[in-house]
Design a protein around this ligand. Structure first.
Ligand code: CAA
Length: 386
């Protein structure tokens, strides 16, 4: 077992840290307050190789491994969770899905511009009536005589929906078959019949753009089907395994930022003539924060290692990803809660970033599979029972 990172891994970590601290952190509060999408920053992140980290160079990416992705994600999330949400969906849900299930031609056409940061990708699974129960989707893609599909229906909570050029879409091609009646497609948002609906008003990650998307007789050419017809649910589940490592990384970055701010504050802030960090009740909180942060970090790296192995062997890493996502997201909620508490009034004030960390942490327990879904995945895999 080797705990050392490679030169390449350290290099992308340093690039991400530098950009995050110099360019993202100083304006994160403003983007959050305005709910403004940080387009210029995202383009620069693309130029630095951060929007397609695991994508091979021939398809416009950085050609790196899952551990590199985790290290870079942690750095971006430590500066701003919303930036890391956009990065995560682009890298794992969109690029990873096409890399795993797309043809060479589809990758050239639809991965290259997204991995290079020239354009933005999105992932559309959720609908107003179906989140955790993803097979309950209503959107229909009806095959035509010429092999193309006509799509009608709506998706909701689409991260980067208002700005995406291409979207990995899941739609019912044969409702009678349930999960096996779902297919995956690429949507070009410039085509007729695609519309962005209402913007979701959110508690946190306010700089990431989230909206409903609607399809009215939207035509998808036969060559834009991803994988085989009826394989869409497997594509979605497999892509979400990778996505959950991204969310775990995001939760680790956020937790680290909250922990480091709290550690500094506990040493500097005095009450009753002493630094508040010298009080046992604060010390207990700091010790528990550190344990949860370290556990989340190493479980996330373990999941990335498992993904790297699975990428070579064709195996699965669903349990490792779910364990990492569950641990890191619930820890982020707990750590940011304690961070606000230790900062007292300043934790509650928008003059410091703690309240933003606290608001941003909540989504990590919800999207890409709630904590309840992660527990279900882990327990089903461990027991073999359903
Ligand atoms: N990899 C590959 N295939 C998988 C899989 C995986 N990880 N998990 C399941 N499958 C396959 C199964 O093998 C099965 O196929 P077979 O019948 O051929 O064996 C098929 O999929 C159906 O599996 P299940 O019977 O287990 O499916 P289920 O209906 O019981 O659902 C679930 C399982 C775990 C609850 C799943 O529905 C789930 O993960 N739900 C949560 C959805 C989710 O994470 N949504 C997030 C939305 S995206 C988002 O949040 C993006 C964003 O904004 C950032």
């Amino acid at each position: 077992m080797d705990f050392n990172f490679t030169e390449d891994q350290l290099s992308i970590q340093a690039i991400a840290r530098d950009f995050a601290q110099k360019r993202i952190a100083p304006s994160a509060a403003e983007f959050d307050a305005k709910g403004e999408f940080p387009l210029a920053n995202i383009r620069e992140m693309g130029a630095l190789g951060l929007m397609g980290i695991e994508v091979p160079v021939e398809y416009g990416g950085a050609g790196m491994d899952p551990i590199s992705y985790v290290l870079a994600m942690i750095e971006i999330a430590a500066a701003d969770c919303a930036h890391s949400t956009i990065m995560s969906v682009n890298n794992t849900l969109y690029c990873n899905g096409l890399l795993k299930f797309g043809t060479h031609e589809q990758k050239l056409k639809y991965v290259t511009p997204i991995a290079s940061g020239e354009a933005i990708g999105a992932f559309a699974l959720t609908e107003p009536q179906s989140g955790s129960d993803a097979t309950a989707m209503k959107i229909r893609a009806t095959r035509q005589a010429d092999g193309s599909y006509i799509v009608n229906g709506k998706k909701s909570w689409i991260t980067s929906g208002p700005v995406a050029k291409y979207i990995l879409l899941f739609a019912m091609t044969d409702p009678a078959k349930g999960a096996k009646g779902i297919s995956a497609f690429i949507v070009d948002t410039a085509r007729a019949g695609f519309h962005c609906g209402k913007t979701e008003p959110k508690l946190g990650i306010r700089a990431s753009a989230t909206c409903e998307i609607e399809f009215a007789d939207y035509k998808i050419p036969a060559e834009d089907l991803i994988g085989a017809e009826g394989e869409g649910f497997k594509v979605a589940m497999s892509v979400l395994d990778a996505g959950r490592i991204g969310i775990a990384s995001q939760a680790v970055g956020l937790s680290r930022a909250a922990y480091e701010a709290t550690l500094a504050y506990a040493k500097e802030r005095k009450a009753f003539g002493q630094p508040i960090g010298s009080f046992q009740m604060t010390q207990a909180k700091i010790a528990d924060m550190k344990c949860k942060l370290d556990a989340s970090y190493w479980l996330t790296l373990r999941a990335a290692f498992a993904k790297g192995q699975a990428d070579k062997s064709g195996g699965k890493f669903s349990t490792e990803a779910a364990v990492a996502k569950l641990t890191a997201s619930e820890s982020a909620m707990w750590i940011t809660h304690q961070a606000v508490q230790i900062h007292g009034g300043m934790g509650y004030s928008k003059e410091m970033p703690l309240e933003r960390y606290f608001r941003d942490a909540k989504i990590t327990e919800i999207y890409e599979g709630t904590s309840e879904i992660q527990r279900m995945v882990i327990a089903r895999n461990e027991t073999g029972l359903r």
